[in-house]
Design a protein around this ligand. Structure first.
Ligand code: BGC
Length: 520
């Protein structure tokens, strides 16, 4: 039993959560002042996205100092006050760790460039040009173009699976491993309860640095995402030695009680499961339904396959700072909200740790960002609709900038939200999305003992998920038609949709509804 076994997580995208000092950018002072919302909602783990000193080329996922706080988010004392308040409210703090790459402004990389013979050169992946004088191999960056940039001074290329501003670290170098031992120890000492490990399926590379097999051609019109998917990532990702790193971290003093949560973008649940248990990680994020258009039958099949691949489940999520919000992805409006909540009802009842992304509990659709105000041009290229629309400021209360900032403008200029999208208005409305998510989390908490058992999946129509755990059953009807409950004696404990008879059954599960019942 670990403390996270029954937890519910929540992602704070710090730039857009709450601005405490009135400069238009979210920060620790602001976030601390809003933590009560999360405790009230029923959250246990507060994950905060990167706040380290950074040139912000990738909004903090380009780290220039792993043990500092970027002044735009506050000071170390502000972080400590934030962590203390999280703990006072009975929750835990999880921070983002970005070990695959640094910022090109990190002193390690600057010294690696300045002194090719010095010790920092081997912290990164410098290689001679290929036979044609171009990049050493055919690896491509997630964000477009080759995964190699020429260091003109030395004539060597360095590897970056993301931006050229994000050079990949050399995890075959023991000195890099030792640096991260110190970084983890620093934050564990600060009282951090967990790490969300960025691109956790990366880190080590195949020793040969051989070309990746190409599956389909890449043309000038291919998006970065399509170009990346055109290759089998046999040599740049998924190397078994990466698990040694996680096992090593797990063995650090105090790390046993610290949650290691991997962000692994993988399609095959068996691959994710192989990073758990002996693979060193405690949990992996579930991404099978992210960035995917609405497809009830396929969604249910994925959920079942993942659920059955590991008895303790995953960190279940359908939303993050990297993709369109689920309500939008699932069709928008009332139907989009119903689908997102129905699906999340299933995620919340499975063994594992469900995660909400800020604003998901409000049933938010994507924010509107005018073309002139785009802040993440890389994301716009690499992800279908860009990442700005899911990163617009959190709406707290009616009024200017919905209480996010007192500045004239927020860092990301977006269309104003309606009053009914704000926390305060939804808190006062028993029929709001916020209240529906809160009721669901309260029910989950009451069913802890039951929920620990394995989920036993039942036969159901396409687009309908049905599983039982001990004495409870869960039906997630993602289709647009009502379906019948399986047993006439079932008692409804929660329904995300309107039931004609909310007590005993004999009723059917309405379209786009998640329902939890007691078998007797
Ligand atoms: C993060 C992204 C980031 C990328 C590179 C992802 O997993 O969630 O926001 O751009 O890693 O660090």
């Amino acid at each position: 039993m670990s403390w996270w076994d029954d937890a519910v997580g929540y992602e704070i995208y710090i730039r857009s959560f709450a601005d405490g000092n009135g400069d238009g950018v979210g920060d620790f002072i602001g976030a601390t002042s809003r933590l009560e919302h999360l405790a009230w909602l029923g959250i246990d783990i507060v994950w905060v996205t990167p706040f380290y000193p950074s040139p912000q080329a990738d909004f903090g996922y380009d780290v220039a100092d792993y043990t500092g706080v970027d002044p735009q988010f506050g000071t170390m004392a502000d972080f400590e006050a934030f962590a203390a308040r999280v703990h006072d409210l009975g929750m835990r703090v999880m921070i983002d760790l970005v070990p695959n790459h640094t910022s090109s402004q990190h002193p390690w990389f600057r010294q690696a460039l300045a002194d090719p013979e010095g010790p920092y050169r081997d912290y990164f992946l410098f290689r001679s040009p290929g036979p044609d004088g171009g990049p050493p191999n055919n690896w491509v960056s997630h964000f477009g173009g080759p995964a190699w940039t020429l260091d003109e001074a030395s004539g060597e290329y360095y590897c970056h699976l993301f931006l050229p501003d994000q050079p990949d670290l050399n995890w075959a170098n023991e000195a890099v491993r030792a640096e991260f031992d110190r970084i983890l120890a620093f934050w564990i000492d600060q009282g951090v309860d967990g790490f969300r490990i960025d691109v956790a399926h990366s880190l080590t590379k195949h020793v040969t640095f051989a070309d990746n097999p190409q599956l389909v051609p890449v043309g000038p019109e291919s998006t970065p995402g399509q170009a990346f998917a055109a290759f089998e990532h046999r040599h740049d990702l998924y190397q078994p030695e990466t698990r040694d790193v996680y096992r090593r971290w797990k063995a650090l003093p105090g790390a046993d009680a610290v949650l290691l949560l991997g962000e692994l973008y993988v399609k095959d649940p068996a691959v994710s499961a192989s990073y758990l248990d002996d693979g060193g990680l405690d949990l992996c994020l579930f991404f099978a339904l992210n960035r995917r258009p609405w497809n009830p039958a396929a969604f249910v099949d994925e959920l079942r396959a993942w659920s059955e691949s590991h008895p303790h489940g995953y960190a279940w999520t359908i939303s993050s700072h990297d993709e369109n919000r689920p309500v939008t992805r699932f069709g928008g409006g009332r139907a989009g909200h119903q689908r997102a909540l129905a699906l999340w009802t299933g995620l919340a009842m499975l063994p594992g740790v469900p995660f909400l992304y800020q604003g998901e509990e409000l049933g938010l659709e994507d924010g509107y960002v005018a073309p002139d105000h785009v802040q993440d041009p890389v994301g716009k290229e690499a992800y279908e609709e860009g990442r700005d629309p899911c990163r617009t400021p959190m709406p707290w209360e009616p009024g200017r900038h919905c209480g996010f900032t007192s500045a004239d403008q927020a860092w990301l200029i977006a269309g104003e939200r309606d009053d009914h999208e704000t926390v305060t208005v939804q808190r006062a409305d028993p029929d709001s999305p916020l209240q529906a998510y809160r009721r669901l989390l309260a029910l989950r908490r009451g069913l802890t003992e039951v929920r620990r058992g394995p989920a036993v999946w039942q036969p159901a129509l396409p687009g309908v998920a049905h599983f039982e755990i001990g004495e409870i059953g869960v039906i997630v009807n993602l289709t647009d038609s009502a379906v019948n409950l399986p047993t006439p004696t079932a008692r409804v404990l929660y329904s995300s949709g309107d039931l004609t008879d909310p007590g005993r059954t004999g009723v059917s599960v309405p379209a786009r509804t998640g329902l939890v019942y007691a078998k007797k």
